[in-house]
Design a protein around this ligand. Structure first.
Ligand SMILES: Cc1ncc(COP(=O)(O)O)c(C=O)c1O
Length: 393
């Protein structure tokens, strides 16, 4: 069994490109060209240079001593929070903006939940002088106000999505609608390992730099390239895909995916797709998604905008179904507690998405000699308002 994508664009039974006919030319153009373009030495050179000088890579692999002492295991944090714009999302947007330029596109659209991907997209559009339109659910616009302001300062137009739960799913619908109406000059920068093939694979490859670095950084710290566990939160699944990428086929390395259980898995207010999801099609790919018995998508809920999505990418559906990754669901309360704990033990304020991953240590016991690498996907600046309200600060 392979855990990577096959030549037809599937991870096991999940993936593919289930798209309206009107999107076919755009997606096909990308599918035909993405691997070729990514393999060009000039592309690689420009991508790696920007990751180094603009994003600030490599991001540190930090041994969290006090956190490790508390949970009696060896915890390393992959500090994606230290990237320019504050999260892992920029790795992908740098890659995709270079791809868009080579495909001759001069108008960029994107969807965003937490606003991190929107900011990362607005940033690379400013860098390259391209027009940028970001779709964002009305609810997310309210709870991630600092990121909305950032996008505007960077010259992007932020368009509210007013349908459904007015969160990430609805923003994605609006972006797809825009792309159908603007097929020739527009590139859609999808922000996670979701969407029709080749997006999940392309985004995973751009994020793969994360596990590439983990290998040599662990060699420096521990004298070996392989951790025992890799832990990451999963919204669509891009930070997890990046952290897992070079470890996917080595089953000695255990993968843990952390989802948002919101107010409780069975509370009716949750985004725990692995437990509640069934096979279905969302945003162009066959995957696991939360749906009613007659196939209507269930509105998700999480305190964290970046995890508030009713599906997971097809790679993660396959990792779940095959048992390759263990999925753990974390409630709002458990995540907020773990986030505050990181602040006070390590002096790092995490994004609430990353706080979900951190809550794993209260749920699962690791051995003292285990080397656990956790993807600290983003910093908490964007979430201050939510932390303030939650803790009455
Ligand atoms: C900091 C952070 N972590 C994680 C996520 C979840 O996305 P993904 O599952 O694609 O990594 C987001 C999404 O906005 C985010 O901003």
């Amino acid at each position: 069994m392979t855990y990577n994508i096959n030549e037809k664009g599937y991870y096991g039974e999940f993936g593919g490109a289930y798209i309206p006919e009107m999107l076919y030319p755009n997606v096909e153009e990308l599918r035909e060209n993405y691997l070729k373009i990514m393999a060009e030495p000039e592309f690689q050179k420009e991508f790696n240079q920007l990751l180094k000088d603009y994003v600030g890579r490599p991001s540190p692999l930090y041994f969290a001593k006090r956190l490790s002492e508390k949970f009696n295991t060896k915890i390393y944090l992959k500090r994606e929070d230290l990237n320019h714009t504050g999260a892992h999302k920029i790795n992908n947007t740098i890659g995709q903006i270079l791809m868009a330029k080579r495909l001759g596109k001069h108008r960029i659209i994107a969807e965003t939940g937490a606003g991190q991907h929107g900011v990362a997209t607005a940033t690379v559009c400013a860098l390259m002088g391209l027009e940028c339109i970001v779709y964002m659910g009305e609810i997310d616009i309210a709870r991630q106000a600092p990121n909305v302001a950032r996008m505007k300062m960077l010259g992007a137009t932020v368009v509210p999505a007013l349908s459904g739960s007015r969160t990430l799913k609805d923003a994605t619908n609006e972006a797809i609608r825009d792309w159908i109406n603007n097929p020739v000059d527009t590139h859609y920068i999808i922000g996670s390992v979701v969407g029709p093939h080749p997006y999940p694979d392309m985004v995973a490859r751009f994020q793969a730099v994360v596990s590439e670095e983990i290998q040599w950084q662990l060699q420096e710290h521990e004298g070996k390239t392989k951790p025992d566990y890799v832990v990451a939160c999963v919204g669509g699944g891009s930070n997890a895909a990046g952290a897992y990428y070079h470890f996917l086929e080595d089953t000695n390395i255990k993968l843990i995916a952390v989802e948002a259980a919101g107010k409780g898995i069975h509370s009716g207010e949750s985004a725990a797709t692995s437990v509640l999801g069934k096979e279905g099609i969302i945003h162009g790919s066959k995957t696991l998604l939360m749906q009613t018995p007659d196939g209507q998508i269930t509105e998700p809920y999480s305190i964290s905008a970046g995890l508030d999505y009713p599906g997971v990418g097809p790679m993660h559906a396959h990792l779940y179904k095959s048992g390759r990754a263990q999925f753990i669901s974390i409630t709002d309360d458990q995540a907020m507690k773990a986030g505050l704990e990181l602040c006070q033990l390590e002096g790092i304020i995490p994004a609430i998405e990353s706080s979900h991953a951190l809550a794993v240590f209260e749920q699962k016991t690791f051995l003292p000699e285990d080397v656990v690498v956790l993807s600290l996907s983003g910093r908490g600046d964007k979430d201050l308002e939510t932390y303030i309200n939650y803790f009455n600060l």
